[in-house]
Design a protein around this ligand. Sequence first.
Ligand SMILES: NC(=O)C1=CN([C@@H]2O[C@H](COP(=O)(O)OP(=O)(O)OC[C@H]3O[C@@H](n4cnc5c(N)ncnc54)[C@H](OP(=O)(O)O)[C@@H]3O)[C@@H](O)[C@H]2O)C=CC1
Ligand SMILES: O=C(O)CCC(=O)C(=O)O
Ligand SMILES: [Mg+2]
Length: 737
Amino acid sequence: MAEKSNFDILYTIVDEAPELASASFLPIIRKFASAAGVSVGTKDISLAGRIIAAFPENLTEEQRQPDDLAALGELVKTPEANVIKLPNISASVPQLVAAIKELQGQGYDIPNYPEDPKTDAEKEIRARFDAIKGSAVNPVLREGNSDRRAAKAVKRYAQQHPHSMGEWSADSKTKVSSMPGNDFYANEKSATVTADQAGDARIEFVGKDGGVTVLKDGWTLEQGTVADATFMSVKALSEFLDAAIEDTKKDGTMFSLHMKATMMKVSDPIIFGYAVKAWLAPVFEKFGDRMAQLGVNPNSGLGDLLNRVKDDAEIMAAIEAVKADRPSMYMVDSDKGITNLHVPSDVIIDASMPAVIRAGGKGWDESGKKGDTNCVIPDRCYAPVYDEAINFFKANGALNPATAGSVANVGLMAQKAEEYGSHPTTFEAPADGTIRVVLANGETLHSHEVEKGDIWRACTAKKAPIENWIQLAMDRQRLTGSEAIFWLDANRAHDAELIKYVKPVLEAAGVADKFLIMAPREATRKSLETITAGKDSIAITGNVLRDYLTDLFPILELGTSAKMLSIVKLMNGGGLFETGAGGSAPKHVQQLVEENHLRWDSMGEFCALGESLNFLADSRGNAKAAVLGAAAEAATQGILDHDRSPSRKVGEPDNRDSHYWFARYWAEALAAQSDDAELAAHFAPIAKELAEKEEQILSELLAAQGKPADLGGYYHGDRAKTAAVMRPSATLNAIIG
Ligand SMILES: NC(=O)C1=CN([C@@H]2O[C@H](COP(=O)(O)OP(=O)(O)OC[C@H]3O[C@@H](n4cnc5c(N)ncnc54)[C@H](OP(=O)(O)O)[C@@H]3O)[C@@H](O)[C@H]2O)C=CC1
Ligand SMILES: O=C(O)CCC(=O)C(=O)O
Ligand SMILES: [Mg+2]
C-alpha cells in the first residue's frame, strides 16, 4: 500500500546550491502557506540523506533517518501526490566517496565504498551504494512524462533583457566527433513485445564454448513494451578515441569529452574510463600493473588517478611526457588545473555542450585561454543534435535571444523509459561470445555477437507511458498551436518502433497534419530555423533528448535552464513539480563558501511553487490554495518586472535578496486580492512591514556578503549553521518567524 502524505505539499531536501536556497526560501513558503491552512512537509533525498538511510544498523537512534526516497517513490504513484522536487546530486564514485568520508568525519559509522568487492559482505555493501550512485532519485520519482517549457513571462523577460552570447564565426574549428560505426546507434535492435512474448525474460551470455551465463533473470516485459538491446564495441571505441586525440592535435583545438556519467551510471563511466586510458595510453602500457596495484580505476577519472600515483616519480614523469605529446585539453577549472577528464561527473553533456555552444564554440584550455574545441561524443544516437546546432550557428551566427522563439519539450520519461532505465540491464561482455534476450516463451528476442569488454545494454519503454506521452504532445500542440515535431529517426531501430505507436494515434485523432516526424539532426535544423524566425516549436522526444534539449534551448534562449517550468503530470493523477531543468550548481556553493554570495536563481522554485499551489487548488478544490497560487504567480512576475533575480557578483543582490522580494510581492498580491478577505487582512500588515523595512533588510543581507561562510559540511551541512548563513537578516527573520 502506498503511503499517504500528511502534508498538502512535499518539498524536497536536496544538495548544494538549491538546498542552500531552501534554507532561506522554505521558511517563507511555510509562513505564507500556513496562513492559508496549507501544510508543507519535507522529504530528504539528498546524497547524504540517502547514504544515512541505507545503513541504519550502523547508526545510533539519533543519527538514523528513514528512507524518504522510497516513501516518495510510493507517494508519486498516488493521486494525492503534490511534490516540489529540487535538483539533487547524482553522484559519481568520487562524489560518493567524498560524501561517505564527510559523514564518517561527523561520527557516522558508514562503511567505505568497496571499490573492488570480494567477500559477500563487501558485495552487499557495494550493492547498497550502487543503488545510491548516479541518477538514483529522478527515475524513482518520475512516474509521469515531462512537460518543460519557459513560462510566458520568463520568455518575455529574456527577450527584453537578452543575455550575452558568444560570437560564432564561419571558420570556427569547433566540431563534434563521433564513432564511425559499431556504436550503440549502429548495433541497436528493437521490438514491441507481443502477447505471446510477454513475461519474465532472461539476459544470457553464451561463451564460445557454448556455456551459458545468466546475466539477468526475471526481466519483466509486458505486452506492448518497446524493448531494445544494443552494444558499443570497445575496440572500435578505443580506435576512435585514439584517432580523435590525433585529429584534435591536427586541428590545433582542445580535446573535450562530453558524457552523462551520472544518468547513464553504468555505461558512461566505462566510456569515460576508455578516454582516460586513451589519453594516457603510453603510461598505461608501461605502468599498467603498478597503477592497478595502487588502486587506479580509470573510470573514476584523472583526478583520482593522479591522487593515487602522485608519490611514484616514474609514473608522474611518464604522465608529464605524455602531456607534451597531447593536444590542449578543455578545462573544467583552469585555475585549479581540473581537466575535462578529472571527474566523470564534472562534464555533463546536457549542461556542458550548451555552454560551449552559447560561448560561440569556445572552451578554456590549461592556461585559461579561450579556444575552439573538438567535442567528442562517441555514440551517434544523439550527437547529431549538437553537430547540427554547431553547423547552424557557424553558417548563421549566434541565436539572438531578443527575437528568438522558444522550443518547449514533451518528453517520454515515465517508468524509467529508454536508456535512462538501462542500469540493471547493462553489462560488460565477460568474454567473446553472444549476448541474447531470451523471452518467457523461449524465443530469442535480440542477440548480439560481442567481444570481451563490449558494453551491452537493454532498455524498455512501456505502452502506457508511450500512449500518455503522445496524448500529452497532442494536448500541448492543441493548447499552443505551435509547430510540433516528434524527434524520431525512422532509421533507428527503437525510434521506428515508437513511430509505429505515434502515427496511428495521430491519425485516429485526426491531427496527423499538425505534427512532423523528423530525425534528431533534421529536427534540430528545423527547430533552429523556426525559433530564429521568432516562432515556437514543441520538441516531442524520448528521455535522453528530453534531458539534452531542456538545457540546450533554454541556455540559448534564456541564458540558463534554471528558469524553466518543469511539470511532471504523474500517470496516477498526482503532480510532481520540478524546479528548473538544471542541476545543483556546485560552482555556486564554492562562491558562497569563499565570499558569501549565492548566485543561484530560484526562478525554477518560484514557478514550481505557483504550479504546485494551483494543482492543490484544482485537485482538492482548495480555494485558499488558489488565492495563494495566483499571488505566487504575481510575485514571480514581480521578480521579473523589477529585475530582482540574483547577480553573479559579490556585493550585489543575491539569492537571499530575491527571496525577500518574492515574499514582499507575494504578500502585496495577497493583500491586494479580493477573493479571500481573510487572507487579504492577514497579509496586509505583513506586506506593509516588508515594505517599510526594505532598506534595513537589504542592508542586513548585504552586510553578510564578502567574507567566507561556514556551512559545517558540504554534503551534510549543519542545519543551524546553514540557516545562519542563509538567513542573515534579523529584521526579515522577525517578520517570517
Ligand atoms: N533534476 C536534477 O536533479 C538534476 C541534477 N543534476 C545534478 O547536478 C549536479 C551538477 O550538474 P551540472 O551538469 O554541473 O549542472 P548545473 O546545472 O548544476 O550547473 C551548470 C551551470 O548552470 C548554471 N545554473 C544551473 N542552475 C542555476 C540556477 N538555479 N541559477 C543560476 N545558474 C544556474 C550555473 O552556471 P554559472 O556558473 O554560469 O552560474 C551552473 O554552474 C550533478 O550532480 C547532476 O547530476 C543535474 C541536472 C538536473
Ligand atoms: O537525474 C539526473 O542526474 C539529472 C537529471 C537531468 O539532467 C534532467 O532531468 O534534466
Ligand atoms: Mg538535464
